[in-house]
Design a protein around this ligand. Sequence first.
Ligand code: TRP
Length: 504
Amino acid sequence: MARQKWGSRWAFVLAAIGSAAGLGNAWRFPYMAYSNGGGAFYIPYFVALFIAGIPILMAEFGVGQGFQASAPKAMRKISKGAEFIGWWAVITGAIITFYYNVIMAWIFNYLYHSLGVAWKNDPKGFFFGDFLKLTDGPGQLGGLRWPIVIGLFIAWLWVYLILRKGTESVGKTVMWTVPLPIILLLILGIRGITLPGAATGLNFLFEPNFAKLADPRVWANAFGQIFFSLSVAFGVMIAYGSYNDKKNDIANNTIITALGNSATSFLAGIAVFSVLGYMAQQTNVPVDEVVSGGVGLAFVVYPQAISLIPGGPIVQSIIGLAFFVMLLTLGIDSAFSLVEAAEAAAGDKFKINMKSFLIGFSIVGFIFGLIFATQGGLYWLDIIDHFMGTYALLVVGILESIVIGWIFGAKKLRDYINSVSEIKIGSWFDISLKYVIPIVLIFILALNIADEIKNPYGGYPGWSLAIGFLVFILVPILAVIFAKIPSKDEKYDVVEKEITFEEE
Ligand code: TRP
């Protein structure tokens, strides 16, 4: 069976931007920039983007497209022993979908709660109390929260429908789910900057604190943000690249994807901080006491700001809807891209029928997701995300850059990329892939481990963090097992020393 292909160049680029631009752009980037030097953060940010982010993204597109293969198969083509790294990537991504879709479920609920601004003037009590009915700790799961279960069902159904016809249905979806959040961010940003106090908020985001640049942690955070934001190391970009023709341009598309993703982040920063400035002014507290990131920003702080916006409940409901539709359409492309990466991997190796895989995966994802849909689910979401989104990303990123940069050879990959691309890439690509990326990622990993030992994550009880660690460790074991199972495709095992164009 021939490999499926993107219907157009834009289907591919939009799908890639859609995967990269996720909830992190809205709730992680603004907070990162604010707490790491404000306007000065853009220096390490762009340095990281150009010397590490663009090269790793280009390498992922390159191996996916060059080998016409998902992550495990592409790794296998480079070296037999490397296949498990691809599985490590996609299994981690699969676990992420289990809780990512629970966040989608919360957002579905908040679409509904936006109508009439259900949180009134106590968004915190509403979110943790009325909505999550949060227990006292990870040891108490409590019962299922049925509104979340229903949202979770809708999220999986949506993912299934989007992926059902592969690149064809994905291509149709991203034509609107990628531009729509950007348009909504623009609208929210314009409403934000025209509110009194917005300038104070934006000053917090953009005022440069150059002294911060002397702190290595600020640099580590910039590189970390770039890696996380570009959705690399979970096999997504490799799978997406593999649906291109071998002769497709790579360099150009990489740069468009990376810049499109960053533009979404900047826009989100403006939309969020202008409103925070307004809120600080209305409530008479300093801006730095209202800023936050993550779940707290999306479900507590921003809703609070909404209930302060002038114009009464109807205007507030509309802004609430706009905000949560923005988050929903921002997040959905990231969610289904992870499922697509797993599907591509399973399809390549086991020749599984796409539809049965999708149905099976969605059911399994829904069932595992129920853990996070309990009253204690938020704790587990946070713990598992810590190990997957931080540690697994770093370890897979290190291994992947070594396999591509050293075992396959950065120069060889660059020659292939240059042979198909309009823009020619210089030898900085090799230096980046072979030295900069692995060294920086090892440094960040070491910093994280040092912090973790001093200060275990989130103040959770040790046993619960141990379970998170166990999940982290089980993934590579499972990955090795998957790599050992013989493939149904006799060509799967053939190691290719070069990327060639013969079969076309
Ligand atoms: N880039 C996404 C964001 O900024 C998060 C993310 C990281 C992701 N790795 C991923 C999403 C892999 C999909 C696939 O929100």
